[in-house]
Design a protein around this ligand. Structure first.
Ligand SMILES: *Cc1c(COP(=O)(O)O)cnc(C)c1O
Length: 431
């Protein structure tokens, strides 16, 4: 392998979720297109995880590149208060048209965590505006992940969010098990019987809990949650940051349950994996609670770079591709191929589960999976196992041959691990 490029060292950069004392040097990427990452030494990697699940159309899609270039030359950014630009207003209207029900009021921000913070602020202030200010708590679910900022840590399962260091600062959340069956539904009802009067909202990742281990639940669970929230007069916030834009097989996961949340959070694939952008979208009855003659009823939030014009142009171009290209059919084909080609892993000693939903394929092990990272890199595939899972979330444009390369690598690496006693130990077990 060639020498690393001269800029690549760990003298000044602080890496995410990393113990810097022994952090391995990251791979230097010089360009990317389609599903391929090109490294400084000329090697090409097939990307199986779409850069934290964002690059749904692959890298450097010409339609998005052209839209961003045009926008950059014309108007990269203006403040969103007092000034308006077409890409954001068009994007808001397009999102409203695509989301189910009357989810129609779009508040833009720049990251997933912030969009969740905004959803939580909306929910709490909604009840204050409705004359029930005692409703300030939020119920979240075990294995859920909603972000790394303070309030999003509060609604993230502490075992997932690793916010032990902030105990006492992060407000304690009410955590419950998902209502997957009659028993857990009854337990949730009983909890809410007691707690609902002090709660503002319930927050959940629909169909797949992502960073908490790619745990899947069915549409009936989601539909049950909607009924439960209605029964206890709670707002239901769906965090579709990972699931939104086709990943689970429908444009939004909630469509599969035929339900409409009160507030939905979008980010990750919103701009096709190109620029930071997020949206918190509320239904009309939520929005209406903020109207009135008193200024205090208004939502007090406004990120400096909200609705950045470059990011909105990229998101509009991404939506063009969802409209003009057969993305959901591609997801369905990926789902079939993943189900068929990951299934053999199930029989391997040490493999706990194999599961697939949409363009998400998971092989769950009985031991930490992060130590397998190096073996994937040696095979020229970019995967980043975490916790005890090896997972694939490829760009939707991946062709069957490249997906074959990815699933074959998973079968080989997990097979090798299984044969050699699957005693993998190691650190770095985060997403
Ligand atoms: C990634 C993610 C977040 C946080 O988004 P950031 O942009 O990293 O702040 C929140 N919720 C879910 C479900 C996510 O996958």
């Amino acid at each position: 392998m060639a020498e690393p490029p001269n800029w690549l060292n760990l003298d000044h950069v602080w890496l995410p979720y990393a113990q810097m004392a022994d952090a391995p040097l990251p791979l230097p990427v010089v360009s990317a297109s389609g599903v391929r990452l090109r490294l400084a030494d000329g090697r090409e990697f097939i990307d199986g995880i779409s850069s934290w699940w964002t690059a749904c159309h692959g890298y450097a899609h010409p339609h998005i590149v052209a839209a961003v270039q045009k926008q950059a030359a014309q108007l990269p950014h203006v403040m969103f208060a007092g000034l308006a630009h077409e890409p954001a207003y068009t994007l808001a209207a397009r999102l409203a048209a695509k989301l189910p029900g009357d989810l129609g009021r779009v508040f833009f921000s720049e990251s997933g965590s912030v969009s969740v913070e905004i959803a939580l602020k909306m929910a709490l202030q909604y009840w204050r505006n409705c004359g029930e200010p005692q409703r300030r708590g939020v119920l979240a679910f075990r294995h859920g992940y909603h972000g790394d900022t303070f309030m999003t840590m509060a609604v993230t399962d502490p075992d997932v969010g690793m916010h032990e260091a902030f105990r006492g600062i992060v407000p304690g959340a009410l955590l419950a098990d998902l209502p997957r069956d009659e028993a857990s539904a009854a337990a949730l009802d009983e909890l809410l019987e007691r707690e609902a009067p002090r709660l503002a909202a319930v927050i959940v990742e629909p169909l797949v809990q992502g960073a908490g281990g790619m745990r899947m639940h069915d549409a009936a669970t989601l539909a049950r949650l909607r009924e439960t929230c209605d029964r206890h007069r709670l707002l239901l916030i769906l965090d579709e940051i990972m699931t939104g834009f086709g990943r689970t097989g429908s444009l939004f996961a909630c469509e599969q349950a035929g339900m409409v949340p009160d507030i939905v959070c979008l980010s990750k694939a919103l701009s096709g994996g190109t620029l930071p952008l997020a949206a918190t979208v509320a239904r009309e009855h939520v929005f209406a609670a903020f109207l009135g003659s008193e200024f205090e009823r208004a939502l007090m939030h406004g990120p400096t770079f909200m609705a950045n014009a470059l990011a909105c142009a990229a998101a509009n171009a991404s939506l063009d591709l969802f409209e003009g290209a057969p993305r959901l059919a591609q997801v369905a084909a990926i789902e079939r191929q993943l189900a068929r080609d990951l299934e053999p892993c199930r029989a391997l000693p040490g493999v706990r589960d194999v599961r697939v939903k949409g363009a998400i394929g998971v092989v769950e092990l009985d031991a930490p999976a992060a130590p397998l990272r190096a073996a994937f890199a040696e095979r020229g595939v970019w995967l980043r196992p975490f916790g005890n899972i090896v997972y694939l979330m490829p760009p939707f444009v991946i062709d069957p041959a490249d997906l074959d390369t990815l699933t074959a690598a998973v079968r080989e690496v997990v097979g090798e691990w299984s044969r050699t006693g699957h005693a993998a130990k190691g650190s770095g077990d985060v997403v």
